[in-house]
Write a protein that binds this ligand. Structure first.
Ligand SMILES: [Zn+2]
Length: 215
């Protein structure tokens, strides 16, 4: 589902891609629940699709089918399982990038929560960033750019994900979430609220909030 508060940024990125100005390393910074993952997933699909329109995946080609099945050989997603992202995970990314592509030519790496890289991992990533390869794209997400070395930041196109609370309020309303008094507090993290809804935790959050405010 497209997230309305991300549309403007997506259009800018699509335009830069059409004009062949799309940076090989795109870093998206923003709060947990703002939609970074949705954004990089859509971008990755668009970059891998054989016939994208405005960097949106067509949904029908071989690449799109592989993405839908989660088995695209030219896409690699690195998610944090422990507290940190280590140097081995980054070296694996470099290897992946250096091998030739299996499908239409582009290869995409998604590196989530890259602020959790160790110093050694960040140094290894720096080497990859310094030697960009044609048709290789790195999509990074981060919750706090202050935790990343300036050398990394200077080699990425950094985007602050901004939320328009008018859009997020409408979007939350479309999910049929009751008008809890605390919803306003999470206007910048709408997907966090959606996650609570999916996990049936909204009532629990509401009780906690009432309990906390009574104190
Ligand atoms: Zn496609």
């Amino acid at each position: 589902m497209p997230l309305p508060w991300l549309e403007g940024l997506y259009q800018q990125l699509a335009q830069s891609f059409t004009q062949q100005r799309f940076h090989h390393a795109q870093l998206f910074n923003g709060d947990k629940g703002v939609g970074k993952q949705c954004l990089v997933d859509s971008l990755a699909d668009g970059l891998l699709c054989a016939s994208p329109v405005n960097l949106r995946a067509c949904g029908n080609c071989k690449s799109c089918q592989l993405n839908q099945a989660g088995t695209h050989p030219d896409k690699r997603v690195v998610k944090v399982e422990g507290q940190t992202i280590g140097v081995d995970e980054i070296r694996e990314i470099s290897d992946f990038i250096n091998h030739s592509a299996a499908q239409n030519g582009n290869k995409v790496v998604v590196l989530e929560q890259c602020h959790k890289m160790t110093t050694a991992a960040a140094n290894a990533l720096l080497k990859t960033l310094e030697e960009p390869s044609l048709r290789r794209y790195l999509l990074l997400t981060c919750e706090q750019t202050a935790l990343l070395p300036a050398t990394i930041l200077s080699r990425c196109a950094v985007h602050e994900i901004k939320v328009n609370s008018e859009y997020t309020k409408k979007w939350l309303a479309s999910l049929n979430i009751a008008n809890y008094s605390w919803l306003e507090l999470f206007a910048r993290q709408p997907l966090l609220v959606q996650q609570w809804q999916n996990d049936n935790q909204l009532e629990a959050v509401d009780s906690l909030y009432k309990f906390a405010t009574e104190i």
